[in-house]
Design a protein around this ligand. Sequence first.
Ligand SMILES: [Mn+2]
Length: 304
Amino acid sequence: MNYDVIGDIHGHADALHRLLARLDYRERDGAYRHASRKAIFLGDFIDRGPEQVEVLSVVRAMAAAGTARAVMGNHEFNALGWATPDGSGGFLRPHTEKNERQHAAFLVQIGSGSPAHREALAWFASLPVWLDLGGLRIVHACWHAASQACLAATCLDASGCFHDGGLRKAYRSGTPEHLAADVLLKGPEVQLPGGHSFRDKDGHTRHEARLRWWDRAATTFRLAVLGLDERRSELPDEPVPSDYHYDEPVPVMFGHYWMSGRPQLLSPTTSCLDFSVAKGGVLTAYRWSGEAVLSNDNLAWVTA
Ligand SMILES: [Mn+2]
């Protein structure tokens, strides 16, 4: 099977319609279809953008018609946690001001507590955390076998989706399952050594940093930490104690990282397809036809 893998949409339905048209999908019997290809969505359908209900409608229709598959993003994981009581008067994802701000547009657009909201949650819960298609691997933020094994053992059903008890376990802070869900859906972070810290773009002091797990040459903190380009030299030139680096020959595609600029591969076997459509960037797809070595020629995109 040939797949068109599509990055984070975040409620930008207009871009999604244009991208599917650009990829030669046509709407018939209520769903976009292609004569010889299927779509795969990398998660993060909701939050931020203006047409989140429409995005869910397009993607769910394709999934129901068998013309697309999808994995869970951290925003769908968060939506489930936000709406699931924790049994002691709160919710799995606390209703803090920061969490509410991140989710408010979705709750307004879908109608918090409405039948449509409940239906969307049931669909989010039906999304697998990753897809292993043999020659192609799909996950929202990071491919990491040990984290996958950890979740599969106690939190996921046979289709790779969270069951109710598994979702609760993955939300329990300090457990291996919580860390595993974080790695797969939000990407691995490491503690900086020797009390090092830096200020992030919001001015918060951080002692942990996100890793460029797809870069096998990124062996020191200075090389491996993401998103600090101009201040890289402040980081220690010491080895990263991390087993997160991906160095297998099977191509892996993911979203999540708010890349900017013209879409391009990260390496011949790794491709982040999130080019920030929700921040004025582009909605991006990789047109995969079975190749083990990826090519920039197979990237396609539309502007926001
Ligand atoms: Mn994400």
